[in-house]
Design a protein around this ligand. Structure first.
Ligand SMILES: [Fe+2]
Ligand SMILES: [Fe+2]
Length: 294
């Protein structure tokens, strides 16, 4: 029944009604604000399309993260409300990207790809304490995620020549920067209470950064692009990261490192900050070359 509804959908706003209800959350834009009729199939890049399909599944899965955050912050109803509104925006990102990917590749079935992904990849929604060890650790990790997504969509926006995807990515990147600010603002409250040391804050960033090697992105890439093959985590992760890295320029990496530094309380303009940006950019270039050669 749901599948048939999707097949019959002509206007993208029907996606929103199906997933969010027809009223409620305050969002900064809706799918109706996207000029879908400007879509130009001749400007679709297959490498970028593979990244967009992957991102659509991960974004669509954000409801579970809201549940997790509400469990981890049970005594903070204001933050819980923010987390629910945040998740609604993330789900909308999945809807916009999924719709664009279906236009770019009529063989792509967003709903069935998402179902497969959600069945195979679960986050610990029943956790009662943060997997980062503290509330401030959780919020630093959320800042790292939003740092990654804001840079990803900025890079995709700048890399694509397809006019509709450019607009979609521009709007999503704007949301991701606001999400960073949301978690960063709440982080300041919890830092004042918990006072974690610099080393602890740095470790949270490193751990969260290296989780990009876990199954979430690689399995999403597999479900979105290689559904008829046997899942090979390394192959899928390399394929995804190689395509993403090709879209990044130095300014995207520089801004992302600056945001991560700010989240741990280190000035990106200071000596340490500038050194970190240089080291990460060199490492990024090295890894990109390795991924593209493999
Ligand atoms: Fe998002
Ligand atoms: Fe976000």
């Amino acid at each position: 029944m749901i599948r048939r509804q999707f097949q019959n959908i002509q206007k993208p706003h029907a996606y929103q009604a199906l997933w969010f209800g027809t009223g409620g959350e305050m969002k900064h834009w809706t799918l109706d604000d996207i000029p879908w009729d400007k879509f130009d199939g001749t400007r679709v890049d297959s490498e970028i399309l593979a990244v967009v399909k992957t991102a659509s599944l991960v974004e669509r899965n954000s409801a579970d993260y809201a549940t997790y955050l509400c469990n981890v912050f049970p005594d903070d109803p204001e933050f819980q409300d923010s987390a629910k509104a945040w998740a609604a925006e993330e789900i909308q990102h999945g809807a916009a990207l999924g719709h664009w990917a279906e236009m770019a590749d009529p063989g792509f079935d967003f709903q069935s790809s998402f179902r497969r992904f959600a069945e195979g990849y679960r986050i610990p929604v029943d956790a009662e304490a943060s997997v980062r060890g503290s509330h401030s650790g959780e919020l630093i990790a959320r800042c790292v995620v939003e740092t990654g997504t804001s840079s990803l969509y900025s890079a995709l926006r700048d890399a694509t020549d397809e006019p509709v995807l450019k607009i979609v990515c521009h709007k999503i990147a704007g949301d991701e920067f606001r999400h960073y600010k949301l978690f960063y603002t709440n982080l300041q409250r919890y830092l004042a209470r918990e006072k974690p040391g610099l080393l602890r804050r740095v470790l949270v960033v490193f751990r969260r950064f290296y989780e990009i090697d876990d199954d979430e992105l690689s399995y999403a890439y597999h479900c979105a692009n290689l559904g008829d093959q046997t899942y090979d985590r390394k192959r899928a992760a390399d394929a995804y990261l190689g395509r993403v890295a090709a879209c990044y320029r130095r300014d995207h990496v520089q801004r992302a490192v600056g945001m991560a530094m700010k989240a741990i309380g280190v000035s990106p303009q200071g000596k340490l900050g500038r050194l970190a940006i240089w080291v990460v950019w060199r490492r990024f270039q090295q890894q990109t070359r390795q991924l593209q050669a493999s």
